[in-house]
Each structure stands twice: as C-alpha cells, then as structure tokens.
Write a protein that binds this ligand. Sequence first.
Ligand code: ATP
Length: 229
Amino acid sequence: MIVGFENVGLSYDGETEILRDLNFSLGEGEFRFLTGPSGAGKTSLLKLVYLAHRPTRGRVILFGQDATAAEREALPALRRRIGVVFQEFRLLDHLTAFENVALPMKVAGVNQNQYREDVRELLNWVGLGDRMHARPPTLSGGEKQRVALARALVTKPDLILADEPTGNVDPVMGEKIMRLFIELNKLGAAVIVATHDLQLISALGKPTIALENGRLIEETAPAVAGARR
Ligand SMILES: Nc1ncnc2c1ncn2[C@@H]1O[C@H](COP(=O)(O)OP(=O)(O)OP(=O)(O)O)[C@@H](O)[C@H]1O
C-alpha cells in the first residue's frame, strides 16, 4: 500500500476537527482525484500525506510503514519518495527553469553530470524545452505549473501529490496538465490530484474521492460520454 488512512482526524485548534474519520487507501500505481468545495480540507489532507502535519488521531500509513508511529528521523526518507506540486508553484524567481528543476538534486548533493540529461528530458516532456533558461517571472501560469511538475519528478518519486495544479490556467492548458499526471501514472507512479474542477474530472473519467463536511466519500469514476478510463 502506498497511502493508507485509518480513522484519521485533524484539528488545527485542538477543538474542532476539520477532517474526521478518514479511511482511504491508495495502492501501487493507482490514481485518485480528490475533490470537495473550497475550504473542505483538500490541502490539509495532502499535508497529512506528505507528513507536513501529523493527524490528531488515527494512523497514516506511507509506503507500508506507519508514519504516525515513525521516529522523526525516519520521516525525511519517506518524504523523499513523494513529489509535491504546490498550488502556488513555489519556484525560485532568480533561478532559471532548468535550475529550479535541478534544485532537489543539487540539494541532495548529486553531481550535475548525473542529472543534467534528466532535467532536460523532463523539461522537454512538459513542453518547455525552449524555455529552459527562462526565469519564472517571464513564464505564464501554465508554464510555471509545468516547471513545478518537472521539479516534483526529478527525484523519480513513487507518489505524486498535486494541489489544484490547474487553478491558474485556462481549461485547455488545464486538461493538458492533467493528462501529464495521467501519463505519469501510466508509467507507474501513484498519483493524487486535488482539484475542485469537476468538469475536468468528468472529462478524464478517473476514480475520485470527495471531502464533504470533513469526511471522505469514495466515488467511482463518473460515466461521461467520451471519457477515457
Ligand atoms: N494552518 C492552519 N491553521 C488553522 N486552520 C487552518 C490551517 N490550514 C487550513 N486551515 C483551515 O482548515 C480548513 C480546510 O482548509 P484547506 O486549505 O485544507 O481546504 P481546501 O479544501 O484545500 O481549500 P481550497 O480549495 O480553498 O484550497 C479551512 O477552514 C481553513 O481555514
């Protein structure tokens, strides 16, 4: 199992639980959309998965390990297996697209000769081969999002999490970006994409879980004419 939630609850103020009794599992190579109205707790749920928050109750299993019981020192190794695409990109404006994507490898102390080609390939794959040396302030929202996606992939994560990856782009670019996640999933990564874009979800016909009043509802892939499964 890649991710498992067992009766997970999360409270920010120690009183009201904004997430409660969450039970959910994601197996190897599985894909899930995570949806729910604004403020429902999608970002909070993703933060529980990448261990930025600890649940106030219940267990979070990551890569078959009980992350809630794990020693603090064991958490970075688990986190390294996760690629995260944040809602607000979090790119460094003074670095080029290439340097932003390369940064996780550089930070890990890997020699540039070992990742230079991977970074180029990734940027080509997301369609930014010709913008490699551009800095984020000169890129469009969709281009920034694709740089952020390439950066999340450079470490070859087993699990990819994305928070509203199409929030800042037009519908055509939105679908293009979502298809990149689906392609990645076909290559073997488990993927969770949080989005409130129900139209996009129904166009892509992938399994969806929804947050409603702090609880998770498992839904099946919507049956829409022309949807690919
Ligand atoms: N660090 C925090 N401290 C206190 N409350 C928080 C914190 N982060 C989120 N919340 C609250 O928890 C609730 C869920 O927020 P969250 O950002 O997880 O929702 P979301 O579904 O991702 O929303 P959106 O779609 O608008 O991004 C909101 O009521 C929010 O105000």
